[in-house]
Design a protein around this ligand. Structure first.
Ligand SMILES: NC(=O)c1ccc[n+]([C@@H]2O[C@H](COP(=O)([O-])OP(=O)(O)OC[C@H]3O[C@@H](n4cnc5c(N)ncnc54)[C@H](OP(=O)(O)O)[C@@H]3O)[C@@H](O)[C@H]2O)c1
Length: 268
């Protein structure tokens, strides 16, 4: 068994068991970070840990929690005790498809708690130490969905808009402190996300297969942007163009376009 040498820097990633979170955790490990990985499924998280440990020599602490529960950020903060966090990646998230009138409130509340409350609270708790030390990086996972309303995924789009607005605002407040905040806004990416969005309410296949990105590439783009302290990171030229759509057409037209896309993409 190879010896694990303790590193001087630690990265905390939520939703690290799969998809973009897993890729971001690997990039941290490659960059010489010890890891704290949080996710809801113990078995999946252990598998992710084993894969990372097979490639990189770093200390990996696992935190198994449902991050949509109230006060979970406080529990994570307690679980890591006094360990300084040098990089925080608020990545965990999921989507819900359907007309707001028909969707299930409990699941929506969970999503809002996860995207809004846990992201915000964890940022607040970790930020204090970063500012006191005069260094730190935060990467918040938003989406291309942040740039206009999204009929048939209304709360997902709205919650991602919150993450973008919150990240941009605190990035500005933190200028000169040594702490940077980056908001990553990917378009469709090939992860388990699309299956979760469908969740029985629509066909589980994503019908629009155009412009679907590879999670490794998206994670690398976001990771590099975070290292450079870029505030908003949109991977891919088509996505950069799409993020500006509401500037070229009226907001109501952009909203109608998204509705058409959602209908084509997910309705069975
Ligand atoms: N893929 C895309 O097209 C896309 C585009 C733009 C933005 N994003 C964002 O990227 C982030 C990562 O998603 P992904 O695409 O990598 O999807 P993913 O493969 O489904 O990964 C999300 C991870 O977060 C975990 N998670 C979900 N709910 C959780 C909870 N309540 N507590 C703890 N962990 C939880 C999931 O665990 P389980 O699987 O066990 O539930 C999973 O391991 C999300 O914030 C998503 O909104 C994705």
């Amino acid at each position: 068994m190879k010896a694990i040498e303790k590193k001087e820097k630690t990265g905390l990633v939520t939703g690290a068991a799969s998809g973009l979170g897993f890729e971001l955790a690997k990039l941290l490990a490659e960059d010489g970070f010890d890891l704290i990985l949080a996710d809801v499924d113990a078995e999946k998280l252990q598998i992710a840990k084993n894969k990372i440990a097979a490639e990189y020599s770093c200390e990996i602490q696992l935190i198994v929690k449902d991050l949509s529960r109230s006060n979970v950020a406080e529990q994570i903060f307690q679980a890591i005790e006094d360990r300084p966090v040098d990089v925080l990646i608020n990545n965990a998230g999921f989507g819900i498809f359907g007309s707001f009138n028909d969707t299930e409130w409990q699941r929506e509340m969970d999503m809002l708690n996860l995207h809004v409350m846990t992201t915000t609270h964890l940022t607040k708790l970790v930020l204090k130490g970063m500012v006191a030390r005069g260094s730190g990086k935060i990467l918040n996972m938003s989406s291309l969905a942040a740039f206009q309303p999204g009929p048939l995924m209304s709360l997902y789009y709205a919650s991602k808009a919150y993450i973008l607005s919150f990240s941009e605002a605190i990035a500005n407040e933190l200028k000169g402190t040594g702490v940077t905040v980056t908001c990553l806004c990917p378009g469709q990416t090939n992860t388990c996300f699309q299956e979760v969005v469908s969740n029985g309410t629509s066909s589980s296949d994503n019908k629009i297969s155009f412009n679907v990105a590879c999670p490794k590439k998206v994670a690398k783009y976001g990771y590099d942007a975070m290292q450079k302290g870029k505030v908003v990171a949109i991977p891919g030229n088509i996505n950069k163009f799409l993020s500006k759509l509401p500037r070229f057409v009226s907001r109501s037209t952009a909203t109608a376009v998204i509705r058409k896309i959602q209908e084509r993409n997910r309705e069975s």
